[in-house]
Design a protein around this ligand. Structure first.
Ligand code: HEC
Length: 103
């Protein structure tokens, strides 16, 4: 596991700052999927529990948000969604790149 992390960071450093949707998929599955579903379809149990209407991440309305908007949502939260403290640095850009592939 430590080796995998080292390899990944070496690769990311070598690749510069380009966001990596493949790495973002792992972040998404760990930090977003439980609420937003595997493909961006909101988990109805979460929406009900949090008493909020959740929009599908694949929807044109959500895809119309800028990367900067999504970054703010992930790092600072929005409405009933708290900031995702476990996702920081390049992982934020990577998970946004992955969210773009859902549409
Ligand atoms: C604990 C459940 C939970 C987790 C984990 C979570 N979210 Fe959310 N997310 C929500 C809820 C609930 C909302 C709706 C908030 C509101 O409108 O009050 C939301 C809203 C959003 C929105 C805005 C959609 C809109 O309607 O404007 C985006 C984008 C988003 N989440 C992305 C992510 C990403 C990316 C991750 C992982 C890094 C993540 N979320 C993790 C619960 C979660």
């Amino acid at each position: 596991m430590i080796l995998a992390v080292l390899t990944l960071s070496t690769f990311t450093a070598g690749a510069g700052f380009a966001a990596d949707a493949k790495a973002g998929e792992a972040v998404y599955n760990r930090a977003c999927k439980s609420c937003h579903g595997a493909d961006g379809t909101p988990n109805p149990a979460i929406a009900k529990m949090m008493k909020v209407e959740m929009r599908d991440l694949k929807s044109p309305a959500v895809q119309a948000l800028s990367d900067a908007d999504i970054k703010t949502i992930v790092t600072a939260g929005k409405g009933k969604m708290h900031a995702i403290a476990s996702v920081t640095g390049p992982a934020v850009d990577n998970v946004i790149a992955y969210v773009r592939t859902l549409k």
